[in-house]
Design a binder for this molecule. Structure first.
Ligand SMILES: [Zn+2]
Length: 232
């Protein structure tokens, strides 16, 4: 069986690393109802998983839920409810919609708010290696330390720099650096960390959850094209 490898840009023989195929698929941010794009994405990855099982593979399928995010905070504040209430409502509706489409469920649905310890551990590891740096209560990933940064999207750092700028209030060393830990503003939901009260950035959430539930190596990372850079 051959699959298209985004990194090489070619179809390659599918060779899983172990005796089960490890799949991580980027999940929803439950601040609103799902749309057709969600349905399409999850049907595709469910079909891939079912086909692998049909071919005799054991599959371990993890799909995260990003239950803390700017959009969730804004929406919950507008409705006058907690972020937990908002997320719970749209997680229920997500499952109802996907079940109605006969999309099989993942084996595990880790939630960002329940994985803070692992997320902090991963960020601390990056800080210790000089791959990330704290600045005013936030922590940023240092993209210039990665020589082949952007290789999955086949783009160079220079080509991506067009239009990148440091927003007001951001204490980045470099415009393309992205946030791993976001210092919280007063009144926002937050968790204690070595860098102060804050919440995780989206990219590191998936890295931490993938490491925790699937280990250092995975076979398939699923998500829409628009996630290739910078998320994957
Ligand atoms: Zn993700």
């Amino acid at each position: 069986m051959k699959v298209f490898n985004t990194l090489s840009g070619q179809k390659e023989e599918f060779l899983p690393q172990g005796d089960e195929v490890k799949m991580y698929v980027c999940g929803v941010t439950p601040y609103d109802d799902c749309h057709l794009g969600h349905a399409m994405s999850y049907i595709i990855f469910d079909a891939i998983r079912r086909y692998l099982q049909f071919r005799g593979y054991k599959v371990r399928y993890v799909q995260n839920i990003t239950d803390i995010d700017d959009k969730i905070i804004d929406r919950a504040a507008k409705l006058g409810i907690s972020i937990g209430e908002l997320a719970e409502k749209f997680i229920d509706r997500y499952f109802a919609d996907m079940d109605a489409l006969n999309i099989g469920r993942a084996d595990i649905y880790p939630r960002a708010t329940e994985e803070i310890a692992k997320i902090i551990e991963v960020i601390q590891g990056l800080v210790d290696k000089g791959q990330a740096y704290p600045a005013q209560g936030s922590v940023y990933f240092r993209v210039r330390n990665v020589p082949d940064y952007g290789k999955l999207a086949h783009r160079s750092l220079e080509s991506m720099m067009a239009g990148a700028r440091i927003e007001a209030g951001e204490e980045k060393e470099y415009p393309m650096d992205f946030v791993l830990w976001k210092a919280s503003k007063p009144g926002e939901p937050s968790w204690a960390s070595p860098w102060g009260e804050g919440r995780p950035g989206w990219h590191i959430e998936c890295s931490a959850m993938s490491l925790r539930y699937l280990g250092d190596t995975i076979d398939i990372h699923g998500g829409g094209q628009e996630l290739i850079f910078p998320h994957h």
